[in-house]
Design a protein around this ligand. Sequence first.
Ligand SMILES: O=C[C@H](O)[C@H](O)[C@H](O)COP(=O)(O)O
Length: 220
Amino acid sequence: MSTSQDQLKKQAAEAALKYVQPNSIVGVGTGSTVNFFIDALATMKNDIEGAVSSSDASTERLKAHGIDVVELNNVADLPVYIDGADEIDEHMRMVKGGGGALTREKIIAAVADQFVCIADQSKVVGRLGSFPIPIEVIPMARSYVAREIVKLGGDPVWRQGFVTDNGNVILDIHNFDILDPVQLEQQLNSIVGVVTNGLFAKRGANIAIIASPSGLQFME
Ligand SMILES: O=C[C@H](O)[C@H](O)[C@H](O)COP(=O)(O)O
């Protein structure tokens, strides 16, 4: 029987439990892979102090499992942040934000000592950018930011009807020819009205757990 993508996501998610430190707060990302992680984390909820969450959806799932959700402002020490990705390359740079949670994800990732990325093999790419780069934008700046992105060579598409947990909109940028992800990440963030973008290049993952039908691969 072939291994389904969901089974692979679950395997990567469960393998991430070994990076959770007892008596600590755990940083929790967002998405279908992380949902498996949250379900697995519930098995050790009495060993941790709680979690910081990157989205309302993850918060709801954590609370449904009886895991305390702590406000990030009250957390001084965050040993590990565990999250999925839409794309990850061999340097552990990522594209994230397919679910629109990129800004809170990037904030928690910045605070955490270690970023553990959990993914099935379909997320591994030679070069970032086939997956459109999400950009969270202040609503009144949407058209201006879109025009600036066209000047940079991308094709912005407004994710109509979608509002982020922060009350903003998302532009998905297609057809970017990404030669230098760190430079592009900084360039996009310097456009007025951009909150953040889904390139996680400057702060990539420290560890990646990639699940394929032949087993788990740990990249460090
Ligand atoms: O905003 C969503 C996040 O960046 C997710 O980590 C990313 O989209 C991967 O999600 P999934 O595990 O559902 O593929």
